[in-house]
Design a protein around this ligand. Sequence first.
Ligand code: FMN
Length: 171
Amino acid sequence: MSQVGLFYGTDTGNTERVADMIKDKIGSDIVEVHDIATASADDFAKYDKIILGQPTWYYGELQSSWDDFWDEFKEVDFTDKTFACFGLGDQADYAEYFLDAMGMMHDIALENGGIPAGYWSTDGYEFDESKAVTEDGEFFVGLAIDEDQQPEMTAERVDQWVDQVKEEMSL
Ligand SMILES: Cc1cc2nc3c(=O)[nH]c(=O)nc-3n(C[C@H](O)[C@H](O)[C@H](O)COP(=O)(O)O)c2cc1C
């Protein structure tokens, strides 16, 4: 069985592309990718290492298929599971809501007993507010990807983050 379950949702395809980059970089024999639109809570039970990916939509809202899954997600038991989040957003046009959905997703996995990995420096981003930052503002609670304003940085960010997560998850 694969060691890592990666669960993502997307409206326009960007998050799916980043999910595939992460899978390819970690190894397609190690990562099993699930579109949250067709996933169930049972799928989470199969893994003790989980990656969660979600873009933010419509001024700080969840992506639509994550939104549909949300009540079930709140019941997923993350005890003894290590999890890492990645989020997509637009730091200029939605500067007051940058990556909010990643923050909400992280908080549920944490509340449900998960061990967080993959925190990411806020250096190199310009935004006003985000629900996806640590209290001191130094870190995002997961990888921050901005395909609208900084697409040229995505590949390098994914590479660096995957190296970090592999170490933190002992992959
Ligand atoms: C109408 C609209 C609303 C958006 N709202 C937000 C937002 O509130 N916060 C944010 O960080 N990004 C926001 N974005 C940017 C998207 O998250 C970004 O384009 C992302 O790459 C889309 O990912 P997807 O293709 O996987 O759906 C918005 C984009 C659009 C077009």
